[in-house]
Design a binder for this molecule. Structure first.
Ligand SMILES: Cc1cc2nc3c(=O)[nH]c(=O)nc-3n(C[C@H](O)[C@H](O)[C@H](O)COP(=O)(O)OP(=O)(O)OC[C@H]3O[C@@H](n4cnc5c(N)ncnc54)[C@H](O)[C@@H]3O)c2cc1C
Length: 405
């Protein structure tokens, strides 16, 4: 019997497995795909706090950046720039492989091409059945970690309910045109596009990776395929990419936590628990933070041989203490932004830029790519002009309330 069975070899799963492997536990990771890190539709942008806390080797870092160019709905553009480096663009598949290799080094076993289908409690442990066409594989463990991404299938089987809110994403690797490469060289900016036409309520991006290559993607609630087609056509029309005939991958990102992240002999980490920054839908950092917390709580529970629901409830308390406020404030801001019309976005951007408030918040020491509640509270706080903001919006929109367009 394994001490711990982790379902899913993404960053949250492999990091939890590694930490428990280091502590001497017998750990197995079950992964439905045959290769780690593939397919992926993640952009792989991480902030500097994340890289400080969870260092990665330089060969996995494609670019470092402190600059992003924003395009408003009307097409005006402005640059936000801050030194030193604020964010890193990573080889996401390489990162997953690296995290798995670190776990394997401390004895964690990986079973690839094996989707977990069922979880049941028996003989003082948990039995997981993995099946991929052929005969089922049965694996027994003292405790199971669900690190299977945002899919609701396994958690629903446990009666944990679905993730409360999520968004769809699409992304393609594109070849950037000579014009873009020449004008900007290797230091091409990250580009962010706002507006109803491109990604209503969310945003689209063009993120340079390796020379001549970039990731073009967007988040939206509906029709990601149609929106990606239109976005790629726009980039092509503007001479930024060489072709629209590219492979688009699609995924889903939680915006709210799942109602439960623990039960008897089971916990969930990463996207499986909905541990994501709701503002940008970035989930790697929060998933890694929660993997650390999960490993500590499981270590203690395994030592005491108390893997009851009550014992594991400390996990949810701990991660909510660490991330709960960020997630609540971030979700409020996300819903507020989703309620804005294009005109209101223009007005707010003009106000924030014209008054110098945007720069003030962005340049302040507390501003962080990884932690947004400070910037949000400052942006709506009196010192940076709530009355002006509300005047620009035209009415005090409540989160979730949609303005007339
Ligand atoms: C378009 C897009 C862009 C993004 N960009 C960023 C970004 O720039 N920065 C950032 O921080 N986040 C980004 N994210 C979010 C990020 O990808 C996720 O938050 C992150 O991958 C979550 O990690 P995880 O380990 O929890 O889950 P995942 O990375 O989803 O890993 C889950 C693993 O479980 C496996 N699995 C699923 N079900 C089973 C099963 N039944 N049995 C066995 N294995 C199973 C899957 O194959 C997968 O390997 C983006 C997401 C999207 C959609």
């Amino acid at each position: 019997m394994f001490d711990v069975l982790v379902i899913g070899a993404g960053p949250a799963g492999s990091h939890t497995a590694r930490r428990l492997g280091e502590l001497g536990y017998r750990v197995m990771v079950l992964e439905e795909h045959k290769a780690i890190g593939e397919p992926t539709c993640c952009t792989g942008i991480l902030g500097k706090d994340c890289l400080n806390d969870f260092p990665l080797p330089p060969e996995l870092i494609w670019k470092q950046t402190g600059t992003a160019r924003f395009f408003t709905p009307s097409g005006q553009s402005f640059l936000l720039s801050k030194q030193p480096v604020q964010a890193y663009i990573l080889d996401r598949a390489g990162m997953d492989r690296r995290l798995a290799a670190e776990a394997q080094k401390v004895g964690v076993e990986y079973l690839m091409g094996s989707p977990a289908r069922e979880i049941s409690w028996r003989n003082g442990g948990v039995e997981v059945i993995a099946r991929n066409g052929g005969p089922p594989t049965r694996i027994d463990a003292r405790v199971v970690v669900l690190a299977c991404g945002p899919s609701n299938l396994l958690p629903r089987g446990l009666g944990w309910g679905d993730i409360g809110d999520s968004v769809l994403g699409g992304q393609a690797e594109v070849e950037t045109s000579a014009t873009l490469s020449q004008s900007k060289g290797d230091a091409a900016d990250v580009e962010v596009y706002m507006g109803q036409d491109v990604a209503p309520g969310f945003f689209a991006w063009l993120v340079p990776t390796t020379p001549g290559k970039a990731l073009a993607g967007l988040l939206c609630r509906q029709n990601p395929a149609g929106r990606m087609k239109a976005f790629l056509q726009r980039l092509y029309g503007e001479g930024k990419i060489r072709s629209t005939q590219v492979q688009v991958n699609y995924g889903r990102v939680p915006l709210l936590p799942r109602p439960h992240s623990y039960g008897e002999r089971v916990i969930a980490v990463g996207d499986a628990a909905g541990q994501v920054k709701p503002t940008t839908a970035g989930g790697i950092y929060y998933g890694l933070i929660c993997a650390e917390i999960a490993a500590q709580v499981l270590h203690d529970a395994l030592q005491r041989d108390d893997l009851s629901e009550r014992s594991l409830s400390r996990y949810e308390k701990a991660w909510k203490k660490r991330l709960g406020k960020e997630m609540r404030v971030g979700y409020w801001a996300r819903r507020f932004y989703e309620g804005l019309s294009d005109r209101q976005i223009e007005d707010i951007v003009n106000h924030l830029r014209g008054s110098g408030l945007l720069d003030k918040v962005f340049q302040s020491e507390e501003f962080s790519f990884d932690w947004h509640s400070f910037a949000i509270m400052r942006a709506v706080g009196r010192q940076v002009g709530l009355p002006h903001l509300l005047r620009a919006v035209g009415s005090a929109l409540l989160p979730g309330e949609r303005a007339s367009r």
